[in-house]
Write a protein that binds this ligand. Structure first.
Ligand code: SF4
Ligand code: SF4
Length: 356
């Protein structure tokens, strides 16, 4: 019987035992790579070995029937080796170029699109959502599925000025990182406190320390230890909800969705940047989020028409300027878009007294 792999509590497992043998043999010794068509990458090693990678989109959260189906395709049409990318695409590696087209056909026949490489709109990276996290204000996976259904053509074709990375984050803490277009939950009301539960459930000093604007104070309510929020100070960030669920901030009406643009992690051509708010207060409208899709598609269409080759979203905006961005996309610009954190030192919670 094969020896079972021991569980690893932290960190990624060693990839070498699961890697395609051609990749193991030529690890770090590649002479060049190219992009023969959308969704396909070609690498040649110094030894002359060749390998093709076929990238397919998935639904991100998959049942085991789907995963078995994807694995069967790898066994039947590939070399039996796959890997999942950070954006939930699945990549098949094959050492024989003749296998590429039958593999693409097998994937397409089962409904998996091939694309997401080079200057396409890659699959949306999203945060864990309801499946793994306890504080989401929306279903990030649902937003991803609904949006990628609408952006199917932009995934399978390479027609954008440069690559486009999208992300969704299901709370304002945004473990999703930076993206060309980011879809982020936006709370618009301070938390509602269930005072009967606070003393039993929450570690009050930790909750007080969490608040970035020092809006939370310990308080006695109806003779019980609880907390109170200075609602004038509260910026509705939701950071108090994870350590103290009785401070409920998710709300079907008042938890909205905001769109941010121009972030990137890459330092190619220009330095990495933070994304910036361009649309706020969009309804959190499951299951298809049409208002969010409309804004995202509007931004993508304007970027596609107006961006020069190789300009990432932020390079395009830097060239035309933010006023032109709002004019061209038709998005309204309001006073809520302006916050450069110049007052951050005074506004933010900088007190050493409430750090634990
Ligand atoms: S974005 Fe927020 S709610 Fe979503 S997984 Fe990350 S921390 Fe959890
Ligand atoms: S942590 Fe955020 S939501 Fe909670 S009281 Fe402070 S500012 Fe408001």
């Amino acid at each position: 019987m094969a020896e079972l792999r021991q569980p690893i509590e932290s960190g990624a497992p060693d990839p070498m035992p699961y890697m395609h043998p051609v990749m193991v043999k030529n690890y770090g010794k590649w002479s060049f790579h190219s992009h023969p068509k959308p969704g396909v990458l070609y690498h040649r090693a110094e030894s002359g070995d060749e390998i093709w990678t076929v990238k397919a989109g998935t639904a991100r959260q998959m049942d085991h029937y789907t995963i078995r189906e994807l694995a069967d395709i790898a066994d039947q049409y590939g070399d039996g080796f796959v890997r999942f990318t950070a954006r939930s695409n699945i990549e098949y590696m094959v050492a024989d170029g003749a296998k590429v087209e039958p593999l693409i056909k097998a994937l397409n026949d089962k409904g998996y699109p091939i694309g997401g490489t080079a200057n396409s709109v890659s699959m949306i990276a999203h945060t864990q959502g309801w499946l793994h996290c306890d504080i989401p204000g929306t279903d990030a996976s649902g937003v991803v599925k609904a949006l990628m259904d609408e952006l199917y053509d932009d995934f399978v074709k390479c027609e954008m000025p440069n690559r486009v990375k999208l992300s969704t984050s299901c709370c304002e803490i945004n473990c999703g990182g930076q993206a060309d277009i980011a879809i982020i939950v936006q709370h618009t009301k301070p938390p509602k406190i269930n005072h009967d539960l606070v003393a039993n459930v929450c570690e009050r000093p930790s909750v007080v320390a969490r608040c970035p604007v020092a809006a939370i104070r310990p308080a006695l309510v109806n003779g019980k230890p609880s907390l109170e929020v200075d609602e004038k100070k509260c910026i509705c960030c939701g950071a108090c909800f994870p350590p103290c669920p009785p401070m409920q901030i998710n709300d079907p009406e008042h938890s909205k969705i905001a769109i941010w643009v121009g972030g990137k992690n890459s330092n190619a051509r220009s330095k990495p940047t933070f994304h910036k708010l361009v649309a706020a207060g969009l309804p959190n409208n499951a299951p298809r989020w049409p208002e969010v899709a409309e804004v995202v598609k509007k931004i993508l269409a304007t970027y596609k028409a107006d961006g020069k080759p190789w300009e990432r979203m932020i390079d395009w905006i830097d060239r035309i300027g933010w006023p032109a961005f709002f004019e061209k996309t038709g998005l309204p610009f309001t006073k809520y878009h302006i916050d450069n954190w110049r007052g951050g030192r005074a506004n933010l919670n900088a007190s050493a007294h409430i750090r634990f």
